[in-house]
Design a protein around this ligand. Structure first.
Ligand code: NAD
Length: 287
């Protein structure tokens, strides 16, 4: 099966980026949100990003026009929006109840051949899939921010996902210019689980006085060629967001690996949430 018509649910940070790369890959793409203003804003951001590409000589003006002509806005009626979809990608806020209720309605209203994907970064896909009533067509499609410039697509299958669903999305992911990895549904998948365990250990090292945040980060950046150290990444993601994920992983994967260091709880309590608040493991007030 070839993916030609894509519907993206949720036009926020991730949704509009996913819609952009689907349209760039040649698909007719519908961008849907409960808030019409967010859809308009998402389409404007896509147009601005393509415009930058034209200015830098990376995108032909004719290609920009063709990509924009493949994009369509939708709000209000979910069933109508998904009626012609080969692939629906859900990118609504990270709440299990919300995602389950959307997949329940997709199970009823999306075409029987459509693949239904969620962009969740931490929720159990098996639970979301079982709400749909068609778990063989449900899969995790974990994109990264900013979507058009991130190389990775992490596909997450459950025990019920069909091999055809995975192969169709592997091909489609590559068509969108991504390197695709396939992992089984488990807490934190591959990316979040590894990224968070490294960051928590780095925090413990700062807490124990092993080294400063700068030096612990440089150990990974220069010693192991990580593009960015784990504490700087934490500052960009948000300490509150990382705390929530660490607590979830500590419960789902017991044994102490994800035990939350006191320093993380203390910084969050003090409102030091990273770049967005001006202070985290680093001082961002000047940037
Ligand atoms: P966001 O808050 O920027 O956007 C979510 C959008 O969903 C909002 O515009 C909201 O109006 C819309 N929405 C809410 N209820 C809806 C509904 N019932 N139907 C349609 N639209 C609805 O969120 P985001 O950062 O884009 O995150 C979306 C998903 O992607 C989450 O599951 C998140 O965990 C995941 N994710 C986020 C990132 C990131 O860096 N932001 C990275 C990877 C994965």
């Amino acid at each position: 099966m070839s993916i030609e018509r894509v519907v993206v649910l949720g036009a926020g940070t991730m949704g509009h980026g996913i819609a952009q790369i689907a349209a760039q890959a040649g698909c007719r793409t519908v961008l849907f949100d409960v808030d019409a203003a967010v859809v308009a804003g998402g389409l404007a951001k896509i147009a601005a990003d393509l415009e930058k590409g034209v200015a830098r000589g990376k995108v032909e003006a004719a290609d920009r026009d063709a990509i924009l002509s493949r994009l369509e806005a939708a709000d209000g009626d979910l069933a109508a929006a998904v009626s012609g979809a080969d692939l629906v990608v859900e990118a609504v806020p990270e709440r299990l109840d919300l995602k389950c209720s959307i997949f329940e309605s997709l199970g009823r209203s999306a075409p029987e051949t459509a693949i239904l994907a969620t962009n969740t970064s931490s929720l159990p896909i098996t639970r979301i899939a079982s709400a749909s009533g068609c778990a063989e067509r449900v899969v995790g499609m974990h994109f990264f921010n900013p979507v058009p410039r991130s190389a990775l697509l992490e596909l997450v299958h459950t025990d019920a996902t069909s091999a055809e669903t995975i192969e169709t999305l592997r091909t489609f992911g590559e068509r969108m210019g991504k390197t695709v990895i396939v992992v089984k549904d488990s807490p934190g998948f591959a990316t979040t689980r590894l990224g968070v365990v490294l960051a928590l250990e780095a925090m413990r090292m700062v807490e124990e006085g092993v080294g400063s945040a700068e030096d612990v980060d440089k150990a990974m950046e220069l010693g192991y060629r990580h593009p960015m150290g784990p504490l700087k990444v934490t500052d960009l993601v948000g300490l509150d967001v990382r705390l929530g994920i660490a607590e979830h992983l500590a419960e789902a994967l017991p044994g102490g690996r994800f035990e939350v260091p006191d320093i993380l709880r203390r910084l969050v309590r003090e409102g030091k949430l990273g770049k967005k608040s001006g202070q985290g493991f680093y001082d961002w007030s000047e940037s």
